[in-house]
Design a protein around this ligand. Structure first.
Ligand SMILES: N[C@@H](CCC(=O)N[C@@H](CS)C(=O)NCC(=O)O)C(=O)O
Length: 285
């Protein structure tokens, strides 16, 4: 690998880093940028070697030899769009991107959400349970290896940050404090899904094009990359696959409403792209 090559750090089961990852393949960067996977579920982002690249321990991160490393979906994507070897769709010029990243419909919170005990036990037995327990172990391990205490603040912060969720997921005895924390968690999860439902039925159709294609036109633009990775996560959570029919599974979370036609058409436009097949061919995330 030449030292002039750029590297995009992603995680193949995360949502946001998939936006610049799609852009690498949609905008003609595939021979210029290497993709490196950081296994967040195993806590690989807390490895000091990765923290040297991004001291916050998050992906996406885009390493540009001789330039400042870029972090986060907005900045990495902006760079890829500004320097794209191939034509890019138009930006919408609206607040849509901010809206997609709004905390009320957060894709990560939706993944971990549980509205009752039954949903919680399904999540506990799947990737969410594994994620929480493996990361607890990883944080303990890296904390004990960090003799100079260089990353102590980060390790302590991240360990404490996930503690309430670990308590919800892994406390099996009934106790007034845990019972009330669980019931608050169930209500917060209801709230997330209500916000997602309203966003899909009311806001999204206002931004999507009337005809086939993307918000950016015939090619995906900035808004399209942000929105599709959020949508892919939500479709995954309703049981959909990364194919033309996958988006229809959203109906079960729409309170009896049909999936808006514009959303179906937008999803299908993405399914046709090579970038989609690279990033989501192995399954939604
Ligand atoms: N708001 C940032 C968030 C970046 C972020 O938090 N990424 C997640 C993956 S989706 C991450 O790296 N998490 C690391 C962790 O949870 O330890 C963005 O849009 O890029």
């Amino acid at each position: 690998m030449s030292s002039a090559r750029k590297t995009l750090y992603v995680y193949d089961k995360a949502s946001w880093p998939s936006a610049p990852w799609l852009a690498v393949f949609a905008l003609g960067y595939e021979d210029m940028i290497d993709i490196e996977d950081v296994d967040l579920a195993a806590g690989a982002n807390f490895d000091p070697e990765f923290l040297k690249i991004n001291p916050k321990g998050t992906v996406p991160a885009l390493v540009l030899p001789g330039e400042k490393t870029l972090f986060g979906t907005v900045d990495t994507l902006r760079y890829l769009i500004a320097n794209a070897p191939q034509p890019v769709g138009k930006p919408s010029g609206t607040e849509f991107i901010k809206r997609v990243h709004d905390e009320s419909i957060d894709a990560h919170s939706a993944l971990f959400s549980a509205r009752d005990e039954a949903e919680l036990s399904v999540k506990r037995a799947g990737i969410c349970g594994t994620f929480l327990s493996q990361r607890e172990e990883a944080l303990k391990k890296y904390r004990s290896l960090d003799r100079a205490g260089k990353y102590k603040e980060l390790y302590d912060y991240r360990y404490d940050l996930e503690a309430p969720q670990r308590a919800i997921y892994f406390t099996f005895v009934s106790h007034p404090s845990i019972d009330s924390a669980k019931s608050a968690y169930f209500s917060a999860s209801e709230k997330i899904w209500k916000a997602i439902r309203e966003f899909i039925l009311t806001d999204v159709p206002r931004y999507l094009p009337d005809g086939p294609g993307f918000i950016g036109g015939a090619r995906p633009g900035e808004d399209d990359f942000h929105f599709i990775v959020w949508l892919a996560r939500i479709v995954l959570l309703t049981g959909g696959a990364p194919d033309a029919e996958g988006v229809l599974t959203l109906k079960k979370e729409l309170g009896g409403e049909e999936v808006p036609g514009k959303l179906v058409s937008f999803w299908r436009a993405w399914c046709e792209t090579r970038a989609w097949k690279v990033v989501y061919g192995g399954g939604l995330h």
